[in-house]
Design a protein around this ligand. Sequence first.
Ligand code: DC
Length: 221
Amino acid sequence: MNKIIVAIDGYSSCGKSTIAKALAKYAGYTYVDTGAMYRAIGLYTLRHGLTTEAAILAALPKIQIGFILADGAQHVTLNGEDVEAHIRTLEVGNRASEISQIKEVRAFLVAQQQQMGLQKGIVMDGRDIGTVVFPQAELKLFLTASPEVRAQRRFDELKEKGGQPVYEEVLKDVNDRDYRDTHRAESPLRQADDAIVVDNSHLTREEQMEVIYKHFENACK
Ligand code: DC
């Protein structure tokens, strides 16, 4: 069967990575979480106290992002260190959103992402995969869910990790991040013209995957 590229874009916390992982497993494809790459750079800038754009750009050549398989899951590495446990906080998410607005940071990561897709057989999720990274992807999915549903999901996730989130703050964070992701000058989040929209506000995981597997099978024909 033909190997294809699957590009999954959408707002934060609408389950992109869960869906992308499940589809990659179903298809026997490689999964790439591009948000983790932006988060790893965000973590680097926080750790090194880099706040200006000039300082961040000067540091880029010193940053190496990779992926490893650990305990059966994909973990992102920053200069060889497994940083998966450190990148899922609100602080790192917000910094990732900020640094993702810098043109050179995007070019730095987009080049690496395009390299990863050369052999096809890849499911990549992010914000600009169907529009910038792989405009030629055979299957483009654009996921959405209401801000309230996404805030509740993120709230549950943070709580499960032992945090003490406040729902109103999480909702504000979701709305702020949506605004930044869709209004930035560089590659703003937008639906590719040929993307298939999946609103999962009211779908169970199983219902949603059924829809997505069907789209995948059709795209492979
Ligand atoms: O999907 P996520 O929440 O892990 O992404 C973290 C941030 O990185 C998000 O605010 C937007 C940015 N991002 C991006 O600009 N482009 C991508 N392809 C992936 C993520």
